[in-house]
Design a protein around this ligand. Structure first.
Ligand code: GTP
Length: 359
């Protein structure tokens, strides 16, 4: 892939990730492990694979965590710079805030919590060939009712930004990846909270800017909620969502080489098991994310759940659609399900939560 030193990448990673609490109390959402790498690392690898090497991270919440992990980016063959917002400035304010770091007329901006595998160079090609001021990646989804929709005309020009509705006129939604002509970023108000989706983009339309949609049907998932997070991680592990970090390593499970997996364990459905985690004999883990240092005791059955670092799941416990915070201890034979979330350090005694009537 040719180097693209004509493009800057900007990734917005400053959000608090409230919908993923308690996982995001100590770790910012883009740094949560997915398929045994921080989520953001998969995105950085895609950016690198597209030939872009200069990346600016717009940080705020837990800003230091990013630089501690990625440093100057050279390990990944990138040049990463960091811009910290003391007070979070919103998505638009964050883009304006990185202005001084931009080197090129073409700026590709990413939401740091979107899992996708669309061809980034195809989006850039649309931007250039349509001589756009702003190109938005729009993805066609099966059920657009949960999202704001973005209709386009026959030439690909965006005609409106529509709020969520029960009867959307198009199945195209904002996929959270934009290419700006740099000059437009200067017009975003400085030093205050601005939402790029609600304020900046509608203003671009009103003022007659050339806003173009690059529409495709590629893999796309917003990792903002626990169910999307587990399914996104599982899709990465199984290769349903492609990541350059996982080429040749996809399958039913992704197990860190330092994890201990006892006999008779079933790891299925794109489960990942992190560094130093211990999985007890005879347990069955399906479509779940086991963070580093978690312990699963023998006979546990875990499905579509997230077990944060250092948590312990007791013997023969049953978890389905559960989120277990760091260091929490779930007693033997407990049953947690239906989106239940356990806060870090909480201890639930043996038999402490049960739903079934059988012994
Ligand atoms: P929720 O609190 O669960 O809604 O998550 P979030 O705070 O991450 O918000 P959202 O999912 O809407 O954000 C989309 C992307 O923009 C994420 O990658 C965020 O990290 C990022 N983001 C949101 N607000 C800001 C901000 O004020 N500053 C910066 N730098 N990034 C932001």
């Amino acid at each position: 892939m040719a180097v693209r030193d004509d493009v800057d990448a900007v990734i917005l990673v400053g959000g608090r990730g409230t919908r993923l609490r308690p996982l995001t109390i100590n770790t910012p959402k883009p740094m949560l492990p997915t398929a045994n790498a921080p989520f953001l690392k998969h995105l950085l690898a895609r950016i690198k694979a597209a030939g872009i090497t200069h990346v600016v991270l717009g940080t705020s919440y837990k800003a230091e965590v990013f630089e501690d992990y990625f440093g100057d980016g050279s390990d990944m063959g990138l040049e990463i710079e960091y811009v910290v917002e003391e007070e979070a400035l919103g998505t638009g304010g964050a883009i304006r805030n990185v202005w001084d770091k931009l080197r090129n007329d073409t700026v590709m901006v990413f939401n740091g919590d979107v899992l996708g595998d669309t061809d980034l160079n195809a989006i850039l090609e649309t931007h250039t060939s349509k001589e756009a001021d702003l190109t938005m990646h729009l993805v066609r989804v099966g059920d657009p009712r949960a999202y704001g929709c973005v209709p386009t005309d026959v030439d690909g020009r965006v005609t409106a930004f529509l709020e969520k509705t029960e009867d959307p006129p198009t199945d195209q939604i904002n996929a959270g990846c934009y290419v700006f002509r740099r000059e437009l970023i200067k017009d975003i108000p400085q030093g205050r909270v601005v939402s790029v989706e609600r304020e900046t983009f509608p203003q671009f339309l009103e003022s007659g800017r050339r806003v173009i949609g690059h529409v495709d049907v590629s893999y796309w998932r917003d990792m903002g909620r626990p169910d999307d997070f587990v399914h996104g991680s599982s899709d990465l592990v199984r290769g349903v969502a492609r990541s350059p970090l996982l080429e040749g390593k996809t399958g039913e499970a992704n197990v860190d080489e330092t994890a201990g997996v006892a006999g008779g364990v079933l790891l299925l459905g794109g489960t990942s098991v992190g560094r130093g985690a211990e999985i007890g004999a005879g347990s069955r883990i399906d479509g779940s994310v086991i963070f580093p240092g978690a312990t699963i005791e023998p006979g546990a059955v875990i499905r579509d759940s997230i077990i944060a670092a250092g948590a312990t799941i007791g013997a023969n416990a049953r978890l389905s659609n559960a989120v277990i915070g760091e260091g929490a201890q779930i007693g033997a034979r407990c049953e947690l399900r239906d989106g239940m979330r356990v806060w870090p350090g909480v201890v639930i005694p043996d038999n402490g939560v049960r739903f079934s009537t059988d012994a």
